[in-house]
Design a protein around this ligand. Structure first.
Ligand code: CS2
Length: 485
């Protein structure tokens, strides 16, 4: 038996159920990027808002690439299970906030229709870093990106998030409707400001008046999102179905912790997410920078160093005392001093405790993906801040060297793994140069990642070369002991 509206009552003993009539929901939100993260984060806050009686905020989820999520969720009336796993076991909750799911390549027109619907007030995004089609080092739109080239030539059949947003805003303007708010929920620096700049750059190429209208009337609040959501496995599906009593083809697994900090500047109405635990603020950037540098910076470092050393999951890697000590010192001594936020010691301890959660089985390879798009905001910005202040950053440099070694596609035991990154081909070609100095120089010359400044910082270049040499000669775990306390 499948999870759906008819079978829902039978799951009641094990799971919390949506406390509202889903047939009465209006399509107030269109979400681009219907992945597990959205379904374990924003869709859950929205589910709580709906349960409080404001039914304007049903979510139309859009997959920009594949049909698998729609194919799994449509037969379930878009219901799915959230499995929250912590030290006290597992809690199940069925989420009902999704009212429809669309597959953009099958029907871009249907996506545009949802976005220009008068009931739609918010278009939120979790399209991952590479989904912005931008240059991660400079945060500018890549007009040579194939999807952007395509979308400028085919306005009514866009492929990219930016292409969809600009076309839908154009259609709303023509129809005399106000713009929707664009709410980026990706781990980008100043994700709202970045989205705004990319949308305006694209709109400028389409029509200068449109770009002006968006810049005057549009809203792009910055937001900080935080919840660890590993990819759901077949094992998870089987275990959740067994507890639920019905089959759920597409459940999501997550941790108890969840945080959402949103700037309160919307173009029109918005869900009262603060009543569901979100924090509405004037400025989200301090939270966002702290999260990107502390959490995501250590996550990526652990992903590269831990994978090389042969660990599979985050909790396995963090249980290694040397790796844990390294990360703690990196956070305390090198990252925290670049941030303006109180309580960073507690934040660090909380992060380490979250990483230790054994029930999540978060695979390091999942986090290691797309390093070229992640490193600039997770590690390199912090390195620049340290260098500018004349302060040491040996551990951050060690993590960058770990990424370079990771790009070779083989761990220290010789086990091969695929390197998944939009720039994989050129990165791997450079990473495989046998001479360490030449290899580091070739990688640092990639301006999309390192900008045009870092290759000129001699102390940084020398440190990365030393670290890479040490990793090669001694292996990660021995080499990081040399950095000491
Ligand atoms: C992770 C993030 O996959 C990754 O790159 O670092 O998805 C991380 O789990 C979240 O940002 C936590 O909020």
């Amino acid at each position: 038996m499948k999870l759906n509206k008819q079978t829902l009552p039978q799951t009641g003993k094990q799971a919390a159920l949506p406390a509202y009539d889903s047939a009465a929901l209006l399509p107030g939100i269109v979400h681009l990027g219907l992945g597990a993260f959205h379904r374990a984060h924003q869709a859950v806050y929205t589910d709580t808002v709906l349960a409080q009686g404001d039914l304007r905020w049903g979510i139309v989820g859009v997959s920009l690439r594949s049909a698998e999520t729609r194919d799994a969720l449509a037969p379930q009336d878009h219901l799915y299970t959230l499995a929250i796993r912590g030290t006290e076991g597992e809690q199940l909750r069925v989420i009902g906030s999704l009212v429809d799911s669309l597959v953009a390549p099958e029907s871009p027109a249907a996506v545009l229709a949802a976005m220009r619907h008068p009931h739609c007030h918010v278009v939120s995004l979790t399209v991952t870093e590479k989904g912005y089609c931008h240059d991660p080092a400079s945060n500018t739109l890549r007009f040579d990106h194939p999807d952007i080239v395509h979308d400028l030539a085919h306005a009514d059949a866009p492929r990219s998030a930016v292409g969809f947003i600009v076309r839908a805003l154009d259609q709303r303007r023509d129809a005399g409707l106000p713009p929707f708010t664009v709410l980026s929920c990706d781990n980008l620096p100043s994700n709202g400001n970045t989205s705004r700049a990319l949308v305006l750059a694209f709109a400028e190429r389409v029509d200068a008046d449109l770009s002006k209208w968006i810049s005057l009337h549009g809203a792009f609040p910055n937001s900080m999102v935080d919840r660890i959501v590993p990819k759901t496995t077949e094992e998870d599906r089987v275990a959740i179905a067994a507890r639920l009593g019905v089959d759920d083809a597409w459940p999501v697994v997550t941790e108890p912790f969840s945080q959402w900090v949103i700037e309160d500047r919307f173009a029109g109405p918005r869900p009262a997410w603060e009543t569901a635990g979100a924090t509405l603020v004037e400025q989200a950037e301090p939270y966002e920078h702290a999260k990107l540098r502390m959490l995501n910076g250590s996550h990526s470092s652990l992903a590269y160093l831990g994978s090389l050393a042969g660990f599979i999951t985050v909790d396995q890697a963090i249980r290694d005392d040397d790796l844990r000590g390294f990360l703690e010192r990196m956070m305390t001594q090198e990252i925290a001093p670049t941030l303006q936020r109180p309580g960073l010691d507690e934040y660090r301890d909380e992060l380490v405790a979250r990483f230790r959660n054994p029930a999540l089985k978060h695979r390091l390879q999942q986090i290691a993906m797309d390093g070229s798009q992640k490193l600039p905001q997770r590690l390199l910005g912090t390195i620049r801040a340290r260098l500018d202040a004349g302060l040491p950053c040996a551990r951050l440099c060690f993590a960058v060297a770990g990424w370079m070694r990771y790009l070779r596609g083989q761990d220290e035991a010789g086990l091969a793994y695929p390197v998944s990154d939009p720039l994989a081909e050129s990165l791997q070609a450079a990473a495989r140069i046998a001479d360490v100095d030449a290899c580091v120089d070739a990688l640092l010359a990639m301006e999309a990642v390192f900008g045009n400044d870092l290759a000129k910082r001699v102390e940084f270049v020398a440190a990365v070369k030393t670290c890479l040499r040490d990793i090669e000669e001694q292996g990660v775990l021995k080499a990081l002991q040399e950095i000491g306390v």
